[in-house]
Design a protein around this ligand. Structure first.
Ligand code: GTP
Ligand code: MG
Ligand code: ZN
Length: 346
């Protein structure tokens, strides 16, 4: 087949796809306008997005305090609105079983992360805290935890660290050392570290205290038990939980869409899909330096302003490690994360 022919064919296909897209958008717009014109829609009311599927979302109506007062309603987006995410606050009008979102209220903050193709996307909005879930199984990746912690500093959303599946602890095993290490290390830095288990009565008592009145997002690797924890906290909901792969003991990416659930005391919990990696592609070297809150404290005392904390003389960071005041592993993590930053922003 000649090159020219191929190109013409490609052009034709692209045109076809674009036309289909346009047709869909026009149809969607017509549907939405028809719904609005039909007069069957109720009053404008305040709502919160509980799940987003592009041009369609699920919305709950909320009262003056922002607390949900209805079950989720499937709504279309008015065509002038850009994509909405779970947790967004909106104005909408609905019939019994359908509706239209007509306005998007400003976001207080937004959590972004790369999708499966590495494109940075907003995932959740208007959040009070990130609940970073790790577990004794699948094997915890501390560098990933460090990445999440940098992200919380950058977005200014405070984290709590949960170590789930503590029922798997055995007195003589390495995982007990891991548990103590993570508790001591991250506790000493100043982070809240909470143990949890969904397999024992009372296993979530401590965690539930931190969720009251707050809007929380559960994030972490697939299979650590995010959905299982939320299911235990909200027994009336029906949430899909997965299994770990028999051999690799990795999660199977069971949750596919971020979804918001109401929690007592006016709080809410967002379950999110587990991810293999949490990139920090969009952030700068300065962000990483700011994001390691333990290292940054010592870094202000380094002799050189632009000290890289490698072998420079008068480096207060490497001194702190020698004096046991700072974790070597955290500094290694810091260097590895800096190494992954793309040339432009490093
Ligand atoms: N032993 C033990 N297993 C648990 C605990 N919590 C959850 N699991 C198990 O971990 C597996 C994965 O749980 P999920 O809740 O689906 O994990 P997830 O983090 O939501 O995973 P994704 O949706 O894929 O991101 C299931 O087989 C659960 O039964 C726990 O406290 N102890
Ligand atoms: Mg899940
Ligand atoms: Zn230094």
């Amino acid at each position: 087949m000649s090159k020219r022919k191929l190109t013409r064919q490609q052009a034709w296909r692209i045109e076809k796809i674009q036309k289909e897209r346009l047709d869909r958008a026009t149809r969607h717009k017509a549907e939405v306008e028809e719904l609005i014109d039909s007069g069957s829609l109720g009053q404008e009311q305040a709502g919160r997005i509980v799940a987003s599927f592009g041009k369609q979302v699920e919305v709950v109506a909320v009262n003056r305090l922002g607390q949900p007062i209805t079950d989720p309603i499937r709504c279309h987006l008015r065509s002038n609105l850009s994509t909405l995410v779970t947790g967004d606050r909106v104005i909408f009008q609905a019939t019994e079983d359908a509706g239209v979102v007509t306005a998007h209220k400003p976001r207080r903050n937004v959590l972004e992360r790369p999708d499966s193709r590495g494109v940075i996307k907003a995932m959740a909005a208007n959040i009070d805290q990130l609940v970073i879930v790790t577990a004794l199984e699948p094997e915890p990746q501390l560098e990933m935890l460090d990445r999440y912690l940098v992200a919380t500093e950058v977005t200014n959303i405070p984290p709590i660290i949960v170590i789930n599946k503590v029922d798997l602890l055995h007195p003589s095993e390495a995982n007990r050392n891991f548990l103590m290490a993570i508790k001591n290390l991250y506790g000493a830095i100043g982070y809240t570290v909470v143990e949890a288990t969904t397999k024992q009565i009372g296993g979530l008592d401590e965690l539930s205290q931190y969720l009251m009145d707050k809007s929380s997002v559960f994030i972490g690797q697939s299979g650590v038990g995010k959905s299982s924890l939320i299911q235990m906290l909200l027994p009336a909901e029906k949430i899909r939980v997965g299994y770990l792969h028999q051999q690799t003991r990795l999660g199977r990416h069971t949750t596919s869409t971020a979804r918001l659930y109401s929690y007592k005391g006016g709080g809410s919990i967002i379950d999110s899909p587990g991810i293999r990696d949490f990139g920090l592609e969009q952030i700068s070297r300065a962000d990483v330096e700011h994001g390691f809150i333990d290292i940054r404290e010592f870094a202000t005392h380094c002799r050189f302003r632009d000290c890289r904390h490698k072998q420079e003389p008068g480096c207060a960071v490497t001194d702190a490690i020698q004096n046991g005041k700072l974790s070597k592993r955290r500094l290694e993590s810091f260097h590895r994360i800096l190494d992954t930053l793309t040339g432009g922003n490093a």
